[in-house]
Design a protein around this ligand. Structure first.
Ligand SMILES: *Cc1c(COP(=O)(O)O)cnc(C)c1O
Length: 301
């Protein structure tokens, strides 16, 4: 039921012996993050196997995961429910692009306060939700569980064994765990967290079967969703140079980091690097709205 027409795109780097190739997971769908679809594949199969009739999950107002679940639900005939962080959103006259899209796919949105949202992993809270929405299959925030990791293991193909480094943006850690599990021993997996915090290491270890990975924590730009002008400039220049769009929450920060590390001589000469473009392009509209309000330069689309 899923088709992943993925291609690897080599970038031309000036004055460097390093080979940098982008895996275009963003091409899976113009609006749905590549890795979020990967995470759903086996979860949708499990949902059908258990006889559940709806999928319930959690996310913020700009969540790529919420958009992906809503779209998958529409495509595969599964009812979807989104528990959305931020009660204030319920009273807004106009939904943002992400929630508008989710709703147009038929997702039922339930807004909760930030306080209530914090219980998203709490078994009692989950039980309450199961009571309220009968027959639901619950997926955690960001879509990460062991079935999601299994789906992300399919990102790498046998030909990718030629690379020395595999790079990925990191949110909840499910995607990088899949990459780690599917990698060869000689490969090094580098994760670029899009958020601050030390909990990630533990989260990844829960799912990872190998130890050939490192988190590079210097490129979150102040935290999740934080956008600095130099990042916007980088994304705009990158698109002009390589005809390749990046999102400002995940892939833009990762590639900024990779280019900076290349400049600093982090990678040995002749290294072959594969960077996963996990998608996320649907988030640009929301970020641009925010930048516009602050009178700051926009991401060119
Ligand atoms: C969610 C997301 C990530 C992070 O994936 P995790 O499995 O949560 O670490 C990376 N890139 C994009 C575009 C995403 O939407």
């Amino acid at each position: 039921m899923f088709h992943f027409p993925i291609q690897n795109q080599a970038l031309k780097l000036k004055h460097s012996s390093i080979e940098l190739v982008i895996k275009r997971e963003d091409l899976i769908h113009p609006f749905i993050s590549g890795n979020k679809f990967r995470k759903l594949k086996y979860n949708l199969e499990a949902l059908k196997a258990t006889g559940a009739t709806a999928m319930l999950t959690f996310g913020g107002a700009f969540s790529n995961h919420i958009a992906a679940v809503a779209y998958a639900g529409k495509t595969y005939g599964v009812k979807t429910i989104g528990i959305i962080r931020g009660e204030e959103l319920a009273t807004k006259r106009k939904l943002n692009a992400t929630l508008e899209f989710a709703q147009s796919c038929g997702m039922q949105l339930k807004y909760v306060t930030r306080e209530v949202y914090k219980n998203k992993m709490n078994p009692e809270f989950l039980q309450e939700l199961e009571q309220e929405f009968k027959g639901v299959y619950i997926l955690p925030e960001g879509g990460t569980n062991s079935l999601a990791v299994k789906g992300c293991e399919e990102i790498l193909t046998p030909e990718d064994a030629q690379f020395d480094y595999i790079c990925s943006a990191v949110g909840t850690g499910g995607t990088i765990a899949g990459l780690i599990n599917a990698s060869q021993k000689h490969q090094k997996i580098l994760g670029f967290p899009a958020l601050k915090g030390d909990f990630l290491q533990e989260d990844i270890r829960k799912f990872a079967t190998q130890k050939n990975w490192t988190l590079i924590k210097d490129y979150h730009f102040g935290g999740y969703g934080k956008i600095k002008p130099e990042l916007v400039t980088f994304i705009n220049n990158f698109k002009k140079a390589h005809q390749l769009p990046l999102d400002p929450i995940y892939t833009g920060k990762m590639l900024f980091g990779i280019f900076d590390l290349i400049d600093r001589g982090y990678f040995p000469e002749d290294s072959k690097i594969l960077a996963i473009h996990t998608g996320g392009l649907q988030g640009i509209a929301g970020v641009n709205n925010m930048l516009k309000r602050k009178n700051r330069p926009l991401i060119e689309v």
